[in-house]
Design a protein around this ligand. Structure first.
Ligand SMILES: *Cc1c(COP(=O)(O)O)cnc(C)c1O
Length: 394
């Protein structure tokens, strides 16, 4: 069964994805890049919780060259959705995944020479030339061959006729802070590999280093492509990186008031009786909880109602949280509340929620669970079989 919101009631707690803002963010980022630099839209983890297929379709229309993903499932979902653009699988693949990658034209990162014979065999089996991006570890100590050991790996790739060196890449451990010394060290190590290749006459189509922070603050490291994730979704990776005017958050989290309680002084709220009303209080119940990804806090944080802040009282439950609406007397049943995003002149930012859970914006965006349905707004109606069927039925 498909829970299409035109025919099936939307739960009174949901996520809005503002496709208009997403389109504008993509335009602004693309316009800020020199023409010669390609944009790889990073859509791993379902586009940081925004819906990878919707984001990929929009990014293609705005001139993205391809997409960055983490898992084979993520890449296959885009291929199944009709995305034909290059898909770069970040990270490392197990041997069993490689036939799927080759057959479906997924591009892998090469971190290690051990993968080469497997790819060569698969290239012969499927009768095609297999593109690879060699990953250089320049200081992050995650994936990649050490910068001072990369050249032999590059030479081996180039010596295999059935492999094609499409990319040389590295990843920065700190790109968005004021202190760029470690980023600059990583860039100089990367440049050593680039110079070593030039000396040996080895060429590569795309050299790429920058994530969102590097795109904003390290133009000297843009090379041929930038891999932008969080900035597409309207979130700056840090409070000190360069601002780009017009970038706006794409995701909002909303719920409707599903209950109202009038409390007398001394009465308590929620599991563990963590809040005691100091006086007569009016409490609203919002049907969203930690089971939806809301941080499990107590007596902390707010929701927006009628453009004003209503403080959370008591502890967050799996499916509900309670807010004090004593000072918002016009709030009533099924009124729309905002848990993340803007309402009137007030805003609860992703950073405010990150502080509540002692974490970072990336974690907040990707922690919202799938049982909160994503409702696209300000975009063209989604194409697809459900829309066509609904039209036929009329
Ligand atoms: C996630 C990721 C990115 C994107 O990072 P943002 O900070 O979200 O722009 C780029 N490159 C690699 C290798 C990544 O894993």
């Amino acid at each position: 069964m498909e829970f299409d919101s035109t025919t099936f009631p939307l739960r009174p707690a949901w996520i809005e994805i503002d496709l208009g803002r997403l389109r504008r963010n993509l335009e602004i980022i693309r316009a800020d890049l020199p023409r010669s630099v390609e944009l790889l839209a990073v859509v791993k983890d379902d586009a940081y919780g925004h819906g990878a297929l919707d984001v990929a379709r929009l990014a293609a229309a705005q001139g993205a060259w391809g997409y960055g993903l983490s898992t084979l499932e993520e890449a296959m979902a885009l291929r199944d959705g009709g995305v034909r653009a290059p898909l770069l699988l970040l990270g490392e693949r197990q041997e069993a995944e490689l036939p799927w990658c080759v057959r479906n034209d997924l591009t892998v990162c090469l971190n290690d020479a051990r993968t080469i014979p497997h790819l060569v065999k698969l290239a012969a089996k499927f009768n095609r030339c297999v593109p690879v991006h060699v990953k250089v570890h320049t200081g992050m100590s995650r994936y990649g061959a050490r910068w001072d050991e990369t050249l032999p790996l590059v030479e081996r790739v180039c010596s295999e006729k059935s492999l094609r060196l499409d990319g040389l890449m590295t990843h920065l451990a700190q790109s968005d802070e004021l202190d760029k010394s470690f980023a600059n060290l990583q860039i100089s190590r990367f440049n050593e590999v680039v110079e070593g290749m030039a000396k040996r006459g080895l060429t590569v189509r795309f050299k790429h280093v920058c994530n969102s922070g590097g795109f904003l603050d390290l133009p000297q490291a843009h090379f041929d492509m930038v891999r932008v994730g969080i900035l597409l979704y309207g979130i700056f990776p840090s409070s000190v990186c360069r601002r780009l005017a017009g970038i706006e958050p794409v995701m909002s989290v909303k719920a409707r008031i599903a209950g109202i309680q009038e409390l007398k002084a001394g009465e308590v709220v929620g599991y563990g009786m963590r809040y005691t009303a100091p006086s007569r209080r009016r409490i609203a119940v919002l049907p969203i909880g930690y089971g939806d990804g809301f941080p499990r806090v107590r007596n902390q944080g707010c929701a927006l109602l009628r453009g004003r802040r209503a403080p959370i009282v008591g502890g967050i439950a799996m499916d509900a949280l309670m807010v004090d609406i004593t000072d918002i007397p016009d709030a009533g049943m099924w009124d729309e509340a905002v848990l993340m995003g803007r309402q009137g002149a007030e805003e609860i930012t992703v950073h405010e929620l990150a502080r509540l859970k002692n974490s970072v914006s990336y974690d907040v965006l990707t922690s919202w669970r799938l049982r909160l349905r994503r409702k696209p707004v300000n975009g063209p109606p989604a194409p697809g079989p459900s829309g066509a069927k609904a039209a036929e039925a009329k």
